[in-house]
Design a protein around this ligand. Sequence first.
Ligand SMILES: *Cc1c(COP(=O)(O)O)cnc(C)c1O
Length: 232
Amino acid sequence: MLQKKCESVISKNILKVNSEINSICKKAGRDPSKITVLGASKSQSIEKIREAYISGINHFGENYLQEAESKIHSIGGDVTWHFIGSIQSRKAKKIAEIFDWAHAVDSVKIAKKLNDARPLYKNALKVCIQLNIDKEASKSGIELKDIENIFFEIRDFENLEIKGLMVIPRPRDSIQEQQNVFKEVKEIFDSLNQKGMNMDTLSMGMSSDYGIAIKEGSTMIRIGTGIFGQRK
Ligand SMILES: *Cc1c(COP(=O)(O)O)cnc(C)c1O
């Protein structure tokens, strides 16, 4: 049974992602153990998530609260759950209750809701501030000029731990341009850290671009189709 599962498409995909990470890290002089692979499991079944779990993935990212709730209750085990979707105000309470991380924090108001709702018996909720690097009106995230402000407003929230930045740049026409955006984000990340922000997580890169994201300094990649195949 286990043998059969080891040969599954999902486990092969995971092997492929891992070997890609290893080779990119080798070329870039980075330590592959510092890269966290998060399975972006929206719209994927519990069975598929289990398959990814037994193939070595123990971080999963979900975008929709309702869908995530039943998954979190069913999977059990040593799994870290990340909320990677945009956080609606009325969903913030439940998100703070059941997730370990939230990646798309983009306002003080949302951060406060998460902080207030985080159960005291749990560790602080780990959060990333979403940077809207392309200033796209349609996207969640905040612009660079507002990053420091939100950071200093929420850094003393006791039930949140600010871990880093999350970014989803709009697709560029060439790999080189895509890579340049990632480089720019990494420079922003480093300069904020120099100002005392003390972040260790750069959540950047998805199935189509995680290689160049790692090359440019990502520490957490969110892989959906590259692990699970096409979404329903
Ligand atoms: C769906 C999703 C991903 C994964 O996208 P793929 O292209 O399938 O790898 C990553 N990050 C976020 C925020 C997502 O919503």
